[in-house]
Design a protein around this ligand. Structure first.
Ligand code: THU
Length: 130
């Protein structure tokens, strides 16, 4: 496995350690690589008003946008059993990152590779709003 992917996995795991998930007890960490080579991380942050909870992936995207990162090359998502992104995150990943490789990793380091398009076929997107 590429050194950079290993670094992304390490970062996603460390982000999961900071997850605020007292309701699900399901920590998730995400690491998003920008084209300029920076890594942005996110963890899930849950609320007692459950619907306000935000997934790790969208928090990583927010961290990147705050830093004015605008182009991305890979996303790694770590959870105990290799969660793939939820539907809402798939939409936001597509909107912000476009077509990128997406890796899921579980606690035994099993890694699976997807991409934005195969996780969200026939996406709605900015082109419909032109
Ligand atoms: N979650 C994520 O952060 N990312 C995923 O890919 C799947 C689900 C979070 C949301 C919630 O805090 C917890 O995991 C259980 O659904």
């Amino acid at each position: 496995m590429e050194k950079l992917t290993k670094q992304l996995i390490k970062t996603a795991k460390s982000a999961a350690n900071n997850a605020h998930c007292p309701f699900s007890n399901y920590p998730v960490g995400a690491a998003l690589l920008s084209k300029s080579g920076k890594i942005y991380k996110g963890c899930n942050v849950e609320s007692s008003s459950y619907g306000l909870s935000v997934c790790a992936e969208r928090n990583a995207i927010a961290a990147a946008l705050v830093d004015n990162a605008q182009a991305f090359s890979a996303l790694v998502i770590y959870s105990q059993n290799g969660a793939t992104p939820c539907g809402a995150c798939r939409q936001v990943i597509w909107d912000v990152c476009g077509e990128i490789p997406i890796y899921t990793v579980d606690e035994n380091n099993n890694t699976k590779e997807y991409n934005s398009k195969n996780l969200l076929p026939e996406p709605f997107g900015a082109h419909k709003l032109e």
